[in-house]
Structure formats: C-alpha cells, structure tokens
Design a protein. Structure first.
Length: 135
C-alpha cells in the first residue's frame, strides 16, 4: 500500500477512533482497491484498529530490549490492575491494552505508549501510577 492509502486510513481512524467498516467500503470504492486489501493493511499495523478501542490506548513494547528490562512484568501488572488482557478494552471503554513490537526507545527500555505519549525507563509501580492519573 502506498502512503496515500495509509494517510486515508489514518484519517478515518482519527475521525472515528477506529476504521469503521462503512468508511472502508467508501474508501475501497473511491480508490478502486478491494476491501480485503484495506483490511489486510489495517491488520498489519497495530495502530489501525478495526474495532472501537478505549479512550486511552496503552501499548507495551515487547521487543527484546524491553523484555530484558522487565516489560513483561509491567504488562502483567497492568493486566491485573485494569482487569483486561492485551487486545481487550475495559468495560467503561476508557482503556485498551496491547503489546507492540517496538516503540523506538530501546535505549530507554522498558517503554510504554499511551495514545501518542511515550513513557520510558518504567517500573511496574510507575506504569500503574501513570494509569491512575488518567482514571
């Protein structure tokens, strides 16, 4: 997919919070691209959800440097605190939890991203403290 298609998908996501099927159908017709190709592209990028997500999208980096510095412990701690696992959203639709292969902060691992803000050099307690401030 070219950058124009990704820009259009991002535009839909920004407007609705996710890639609404009705909008993907319109885009498919407009660009003369099979709908399945748009879904394939969306499924490749974790930042292009096809279902509604929480107000705060929490992404925990699970690449090797972050895992070596404790990102798995942070994830387990957040799962317990939020009572959801990666891929789920809290009942109040406030938080969604996901893992991602890289945030680009390997030198400051472990890292977490909430919406567009990155947090680095985290501990389990710091991660929960950040979430509590958003509640």
């Amino acid at each position: 997919m070219n950058s124009y298609v990704l820009d259009e998908l991002e535009r839909i996501k920004k407007r609705y919070g996710y890639l609404k099927e009705k909008e993907l159908v319109k885009l498919s017709k407009k660009l003369k691209i099979p709908l399945i190709k748009l879904y394939e592209t969306a499924s490749f990028y974790s930042f292009l959800p096809t279902e509604p997500k929480g107000r705060y999208m929490i992404r925990i980096c699970n690449n090797l440097p972050c895992m070596a510095k404790g990102s798995e412990k942070i994830l387990k701690h957040l799962e317990k605190f939020l009572k959801i696992i990666p891929g789920e959203t809290t009942e109040d639709r406030k938080f969604s939890l996901e893992t991602t292969s890289c945030i680009g902060c390997c030198d400051k691992a472990p890292a977490m991203m909430i919406n567009d803000k990155i947090y680095t050099n985290l501990t389990e307690k710091e991660a929960v403290k950040i979430i509590k401030k958003l509640k």
